[in-house]
Design a protein around this ligand. Structure first.
Ligand code: NAP
Length: 293
């Protein structure tokens, strides 16, 4: 059997990725693929020797690293952990993959950009992260490029899905607790549904894509507009959203003001364009009405 190893399989994206890959790679009776799931219980990617050896001995054909220290504000006060997991952890995974000839896939972020371009970012636009999380993820990208010649780096943004903490869950929870929700309206991006992203990763793997790809749902909005759409589509009437600035919110990590990802390369290579975020959100809320973290 050929193995696809998903590391970080219990996370928000990891769970949906395993589900999607199982149906796209393993559904046919003739398939010789199997999807393997590792998370912290099976491996701590910060431990170099154990990670390299365990991956080498396991002999996967593809290793997808969706493990990460994803608390963007937490990364500001714990830079060491951010780099240990997001950068060095990726390096250890790539070294293990190199030893057994496996293809490496790394999930990265729009936060590698400073948001000052004012137009959607292309894959080869120069990165300039504003926060520790973005810097640690950029370092992870650089390790993949150095170690894994046919490596695939997928940059994405503003994820929402059924499993794990995310903005949709947070808005729905807050709407139950208070009448007025203050949400920033000076950060622009594209909310992205984990199922749609997982499907795009599957298609990229089937296309044997390598290098950097931007993958996000179409259309853009501010967190404020996204929040309004969540309440409207969930038919929540008692709560109101008011716009505030990032300065007023005062989060520890600075976020880019405009980090929309241009997904032209995905379209060129695979023909794929992800549906608008509002459609994906509607589908998510209708089919998965329990995203409460
Ligand atoms: N969420 C977003 O909006 C977003 C946007 C752009 C890019 N990304 C990237 O997409 C990927 C998936 O994000 P996500 O939101 O699905 O993340 P997530 O829900 O936080 O899941 C990450 C998983 O990795 C595990 N993990 C943490 N440290 C580990 C370690 N040292 N060794 C092994 N496993 C470890 C976590 O376990 P614990 O939960 O027990 O710590 C968790 O199960 C990440 O690489 C992230 O940087 C996410």
């Amino acid at each position: 059997m050929r193995r696809i190893l998903v590391i970080g399989a219990k996370g928000m994206l990891g769970r949906d990725l395993v589900r999607v890959l199982s149906s796209t790679f393993c559904a046919s009776k003739k398939s010789d693929w199997e999807i393997m799931e590792w998370d912290l219980e099976e491996i701590d990617i910060c431990e170099e020797k154990k990670t390299v050896t365990k991956i080498e001995n396991f002999r996967p054909a593809i290793v997808i690293n969706v493990a990460g220290y994803t608390d963007v504000d937490g990364c500001e006060s714990n830079e060491e952990k951010a780099f240990a997991v997001n950068a060095e952890g990726m390096k250890h995974v790539a070294l293990g993959a190199l030893r057994c000839g496996a293809k490496v896939v790394y999930l990265s972020t729009d936060y590698v950009f400073d948001g000052k371009k004012g137009k959607p970012y292309l894959e080869d636009d120069p990165p300039n992260p504003l926060n520790v999380y973005g810097r640690s993820k950029l370092k992870g990208e650089q390790y993949v490029q150095e170690i894994a010649k046919d490596g695939l780096i997928v940059r994405t943004q503003w994820l929402f899905g059924k499993h794990g903490k995310n903005f949709v869950a947070s808005v729905l929870r807050q709407a139950k607790e208070k009448k007025v929700l203050s949400i920033v309206n000076d950060q622009i991006g594209s909310p992205t549904y984990t199922i749609d992203l997982a499907e795009a990763i599957s298609v990229l793997l089937h296309s044997k894509a390598q290098g950097i790809f931007h993958v996000a749902n179409s259309d853009l909005c501010s967190w404020y507009t996204f929040g309004q759409a969540i309440l409207k589509l969930s038919r929540i009437k008692g709560a109101k959203v008011i716009p505030i600035s990032s300065r007023e919110l005062g989060r520890p990590a600075v976020r880019p003001a405009y980090s929309v990802l241009h997904c032209q390369k995905l379209k060129q290579v695979t023909g794929m364009v992800l549906r608008p975020w509002s459609e994906a959100l509607k589908h998510f809320l209708e089919s998965d009405p329990r995203p409460l973290a």
